[in-house]
Write a protein that binds this ligand. Structure first.
Ligand SMILES: [Zn+2]
Ligand SMILES: [Zn+2]
Length: 368
């Protein structure tokens, strides 16, 4: 906290050159790391968020994290933070609570490294990027100053009644699976980057129709609306403040709610119920269920939908492999893990397919 105030009062430019970067050579850094008498936790996190002043933020984060002995590679841009870091174990709580002091970073979902020797990074480097390639767009594919019209909840309800209006969910598949606006177009994509071209392709030929975009907090729609306008769409609208603010407005102003189910959020809760409709299904037995959980096998940690009955039967795991790991000796667990070495580690969540819902059947192979 002191650091943050200090860096705002003093001249950040001068300090940036003098203090806010590593000054030792590689050999020295490696020696230091090897000699550390404590353990480190290695983790990564990523969030799409509006950051007004990434340069100042970068300096503040550097001071804060350097003081806690954090090492790693971090990128900040106006719309995103992407961090791969290691944190001294004894400073973990201080780090976590400091990060939660930043409203933009509160409740950050950490992804901990599976095999962690704590030696992944030798220094702390925080870089400001013009844009991190999360959406794969270059500057000439959109104009950030030419975005869609922002709609209040009341305006959204009114406009979405228009027969010709196309409501588009700009979140990922696993988010819209548990909750979405009635009649919305739900892209198949698992990432925002894949979603933009998919949406463009699906909307082709409807350049004059009113397009109504929504996402969790409104950030993704800013980019999408600019992208669609660039590609010739005339009537692009977006839900201001996203589902989060829609729910707030609907409650405060006693408006009709047209969002069904659960709003997926990236924190411990993994979702907020908006309406009583349960529109999703357990990925294992197919019964109605719309709350996400992570596989109880920590090495897997897959995000999926599992009803309480299946959770009991399969001990909270996503597959027979994971249940085996959970119930085996440490030696056997190591063996299973080495056997499963070729598994696709990038899979973070499970995609439901109707064919998987044969009753009583155990988790399908696609869970791997
Ligand atoms: Zn089930
Ligand atoms: Zn699993």
């Amino acid at each position: 906290m002191d650091h943050r105030l200090e860096s705002q009062r003093s001249s950040p430019k001068k300090r940036a050159k003098l203090v806010l970067s590593n000054i030792y050579d590689r050999a020295t850094l490696e020696r230091r790391l090897a000699a550390e008498p404590f353990l480190r936790r290695t983790l990564s996190f990523y969030r799409y968020v509006r950051l007004e002043d990434p340069k100042t933020l970068r300096e503040q984060l550097f001071l804060e994290w350097d003081a806690l002995g954090v090492l790693g590679r971090v990128y900040v841009a106006r719309e995103v933070i992407n961090a791969q870091i290691s944190v001294p174990q004894h400073n973990w709580e201080a780090f976590d609570s400091a990060l939660n002091q930043w409203p933009q970073f509160a409740g950050m979902p950490y992804k901990f490294a599976l095999e962690d020797d704590g030696k992944s990074f030798i220094k702390l480097a925080i870089k400001v990027r013009h844009q991190i390639v999360a959406d794969g767009l270059t500057e000439d594919q959109y104009d950030v100053t030419n975005v869609g019209r922002h709609l209040s909840a009341a305006q959204w309800n009114e406009l979405s009644k228009d027969e010709s209006a196309i409501v588009v969910d700009m979140r990922n598949h696993y988010e819209s699976e548990v909750g979405h606006f009635k009649g919305a177009l739900l892209p198949e994509a698992d990432t925002f980057k894949e979603e933009l071209p998919e949406v463009l392709q699906k909307l082709r030929g409807k350049e004059d129709a009113p397009v109504l975009l929504y996402c969790t907090g409104g950030v993704r729609c800013e980019k999408t609306s600019a992208y669609l306008k660039h590609h010739g769409f005339q009537n692009v609208n977006q839900l201001h403040g996203g589902i989060i603010d829609y729910v707030r407005q609907v409650t405060n102003e006693n408006l009709e709610n047209t969002f069904m189910g659960v709003n997926f959020v990236f924190d411990q809760r993994l979702g907020e119920r908006v309406s009583d409709d349960v529109i999703a299904h357990c990925h294992q037995c197919g019964s109605p269920w719309d709350r996400h959980s992570n596989c109880a096998n920590k090495a897997c940690n897959l995000l999926f939908l599992q009803c309480p009955e299946c959770a009991t039967q399969h001990q909270g795991t996503c597959s027979s492999d994971c249940q085996d790991v959970l119930n085996s000796s440490p030696e056997h667990q190591a063996e299973i893990r080495s056997r499963a070495g070729s598994r696709d580690r990038s899979r973070r969540f499970h995609r439901a397919r109707p064919s998987e819902f044969s009753a009583g059947e155990f988790a399908p192979k696609t869970l791997k």
